[in-house]
Design a protein around this ligand. Structure first.
Ligand SMILES: Nc1ncnc2c1ncn2[C@@H]1O[C@H](COP(=O)(O)OP(=O)(O)O)[C@@H](O)[C@H]1O
Ligand SMILES: [Mg+2]
Length: 208
């Protein structure tokens, strides 16, 4: 799905060869500051490499329209993005931005079920806790229904039990809907349990 060849970004990343497989769960692990977030941002062109090439399904992403790429490859940032308004508004915002048709409340409640957020769609999003906001942001991204999810520490502010439940649902959704999941995680346990492939980064380089 992705192939990186001799990619360099500032003095932050230096990657000779890296494959990320389609329809698989890939976990990215490594110390804080090792370049994990930077790698995710390179994959959907939020950043562009100074050297080297990144291919998506065989095409160099340099030659792809950024908006078109970001409809297929969606990133969930480490800090949840919450808009003022209701939970419903926040879920629908992603569809509006990506110019996709809006959906019924039944579908929205299904999404809340996947992210384990048992709240009313009318509730104000500002009032949610940090972990709940993170799950709401995740729900927004699931609704956009991209081919690839790039998730930056999606469970960092969740307790272990909730984390396990959410990641499990996410993984089963990825498999049943033939999606590709690339997830940064600080949890070795999560990586060992769910990943088909684990990429470890140390000081900007892939550890083999
Ligand atoms: N835009 C930037 N310009 C310069 N340095 C940056 C920039 N963004 C991040 N960094 C630095 O690059 C390194 C890797 O950052 P990051 O990819 O966020 O690491 P991680 O997600 O693994 O914690 C860190 O040392 C960070 O301070
Ligand atoms: Mg990071």
């Amino acid at each position: 799905m992705f192939f990186l060849k001799d990619v360099k970004y500032k003095s932050i990343l230096d990657i000779k060869n890296l494959h990320i497989m389609k329809n698989k769960i890939t976990c990215i692990v490594g110390e804080s500051g090792s370049g994990k977030t930077t790698l995710l941002k390179l994959l959907n062109k939020m950043l562009s490499p100074d050297e080297g090439k990144i291919f998506y399904n065989g095409r160099s992403i340099r030659d792809m329209n950024s908006i078109e790429l970001r409809r297929k490859v969606v990133m969930l940032s480490q800090v949840p993005l919450i808009f003022s308004g209701s939970i419903r508004d926040n879920l629908l915002m992603g569809l509006k931005f990506s110019e996709k048709p809006l959906v019924s409340d039944t579908i929205l409640y299904n999404i809340l079920e996947i992210v384990n957020l048992h709240k009313d769609l009318e509730e104000t999003a500002d009032k949610l806790s940090g972990g709940e906001k993170q799950r709401l942001s995740l729900g927004r991204i699931l609704l956009i229904d991209p081919d690839v999810y790039l998730l930056d520490e999606p469970s960092s502010s969740l307790d272990e039990d909730t984390e396990e439940v959410i990641i499990e649902k996410l993984v089963s959704h990825t498999k049943s809907a033939n999606k590709t999941l690339v997830m940064v995680t600080h949890s070795k346990r999560i990586a060992k349990t769910f990943a088909d492939n684990i990429i470890e980064i140390k000081q900007g380089k892939i550890v083999i």
